[in-house]
Write a protein that binds this ligand. Structure first.
Ligand SMILES: [Zn+2]
Length: 157
């Protein structure tokens, strides 16, 4: 088995999609939607990143050797400083465009889970009440999926 630190980061890159869009992640992408009580963890993206100055979930390109869950957890660790043992995965939702897909991993935060803005891609991270999410300027892809994700959250036990 290749140690994590040695594993190649080969997923970064754009994909020209049959839908007419360009998507990030040669092997697809994944994000982590983290829940705590009636709130979700959102990241205020820095102005200089793609679709900057919007709110979204931590995530990014999947590498070829990773599962979508592994990719979501790695990105969440890089961006908001949390680790796999601080969360419990509950569900998964995917948006598929044929060869490219985006997987949202839905998880609950286990105490003590204290996310921080861990790299320069975020201005801040904040727990946002589920009812208040749509009052923010959302990352376009997250905004498109939010209603579906909210319905999944509300059906969780
Ligand atoms: Zn597409």
């Amino acid at each position: 088995m290749v140690p994590m630190a040695m594993a190649a980061r080969d997923g970064d890159g754009w994909v020209d999609c049959p839908c007419g869009g360009k998507h990030w992640g040669k092997y697809g992408a994944a994000g982590l939607l983290l829940l705590r009580d009636q709130s979700v963890l959102l990241q205020h993206r820095a102005p200089w990143v793609h679709n900057g100055d919007t709110w979204g979930i931590p995530g990014g390109a999947r590498d070829s050797h990773e599962s979508f869950i592994e990719a979501a957890i790695r990105e969440a660790h890089e961006e908001v400083g949390i680790t796999a043992d601080e969360i419990e995965i509950l569900n998964e939702s995917s948006e598929s465009h044929g060869q490219w897909s985006y997987h949202t991993i839905i998880a609950t935060a286990l105490a003590p889970c204290e996310p921080i803005a861990a790299n320069q891609e975020s201005i801040e991270v904040r727990w946002i009440e589920i009812a208040d999410v749509t009052t923010l300027t959302l990352h376009p892809a997250f905004g498109r999926n939010w209603e579906k994700l909210r319905e999944i959250i509300q059906r969780l036990p």
